[in-house]
Design a protein around this ligand. Structure first.
Ligand SMILES: C[S@@+](CC[C@H](N)C(=O)[O-])C[C@H]1O[C@@H](n2cnc3c(N)ncnc32)[C@H](O)[C@@H]1O
Length: 347
């Protein structure tokens, strides 16, 4: 699955894996997994992986990319494809997504939210309800349920009337938003290295000295919990009290320290100090809250650090003159070999 996720490393994943190298007996932990672009590349390279994100939506979509066909037999449906076909036949329902994220929202608030057409919103509600009932009746395993939820998020993304994030909807229907919401089965590998998933703050991931940890924290003020709120609601299948023109679910409890300029450096220092893993890779941008030189100091105090510039891209500028005057944005990867620590750092 590929979509325009803020900070996705899809473009530079090969360069990251080149530095990470071959499996060495430990696990590859993608601690801020996002879309799972890096985790899936590591899994393809043979690494057992753990994906973690503090958003359920991100952890689930990452996890769905690192599982194999043999783990999701869908025995009750005689296969994954049949389960997807059955979902595509689900009856539309006027549920939460229809009520809050289609123009039907105008029936109960001042704004007609144009995230999805009414038809597509009722399809999303219908499909999500069916998955929930299959899970309740144990017709699907927990893993199969996650895979289907990831497929719903992918299909919803394809018809969302947005410019890439769910921070706001567009005021005119875009061509893709008029397409019909349809699930498509993904191509699963026959076999894959072991994979596991956790949902939660990065400070709670479990890792050992032999694991390799990849950190790709947010580096701007954009809070993912707010920007991807509808995916989170689809993943959780809940009905939160949503507010404002864009109907954003409460997200403050998932606000990330890494998104605040005044907290980011300390949060990174504490995190990297406290991780028991000997090998740590950190992605960061030259446009991030923390200066590259400051990160080099933080990491240099903890062990041997190498700074690799992966890529340079032109920063978005509103017009050509501004663009020509604009600087380049660099995608940096720090590779840290940690010195043995005496004890875990205090937060
Ligand atoms: C830059 S994105 C990761 C992109 C990912 N590497 C990819 O290629 O798609 C950062 C991710 O960190 C997650 N995140 C932010 N704060 C977090 C925290 N404190 N603990 C765990 N995950 C967090 C966000 O939800 C987001 O998915």
């Amino acid at each position: 699955m590929s979509f325009r996720y803020i900070g996705s490393k899809a473009r530079v994943v090969d360069a990251i894996l080149e530095r990470v190298g071959k499996p060495n007996g430990g696990m590859f932990i993608d601690a801020f997994s996002g879309t799972g672009a890096v985790a899936v590349a590591a899994s393809n390279a043979g690494w057992p992986v753990l994906v973690n994100d503090n958003l359920s939506s991100s952890a689930i979509m990452s996890f769905a990319r690192v599982i194999s066909e043999e783990q999701v037999a869908f025995t009750h449906f005689a296969g994954y494809e049949n389960a997807i076909s059955a979902l595509n036949e689900a009856s539309p329902i006027r549920g939460f997504i229809h009520r809050e994220y289609s123009p039907a929202s105008a029936d109960h608030c001042d704004v007609a939210r144009m995230y999805f057409t009414e038809d597509n919103a009722t399809k999303i509600d219908g499909v999500r309800k069916v998955i929930e009932s299959w899970a309740e009746k144990s017709l699907v395993t927990k893993l199969e349920e996650k895979l289907l939820i990831a497929d719903v998020m992918g299909a919803a993304n394809r018809v969302a009337n947005t410019a890439g994030t769910y921070g706001c909807f567009l005021s005119k229907w875009q061509r893709q938003s008029r397409d019909q919401f349809t699930l498509t089965p993904r191509a699963l590998p026959k076999l894959a290295p072991p994979a596991s998933m956790s949902i939660g703050d990065v400070s709670n991931i479990s890792c050992t000295p032999d694991d390799t940890v990849y950190l790709d924290p947010p580096y701007t003020k954009r809070q993912y919990a707010a920007y991807y709120h509808i995916l989170e609601t689809i993943a959780l299948g809940d009905e939160p009290l949503v507010k404002g023109v864009c109907g954003i679910r409460p997200w403050q409890e998932k606000a990330s320290d890494f998104c605040y300029k005044v907290r980011a450096a300390k949060a990174l220092n504490n995190l990297i100090q406290s991780l028991p893993a000997k090998r740590i890779f950190l992605s960061y941008s030259t446009e991030g809250h923390v200066a590259i030189s400051e990160l080099e100091n933080i990491l240099g105090n903890l062990g041997k650090v190498e700074t690799c510039e992966l890529d340079q891209i032109g920063r978005y500028r509103p017009n050509r003159a501004a663009s020509e005057a604009g600087s380049l944005v660099g995608e940096i990867l720090f590779c840290l070999e940690k010195r043995p620590q005496k004890g875990r750092a205090a937060a």
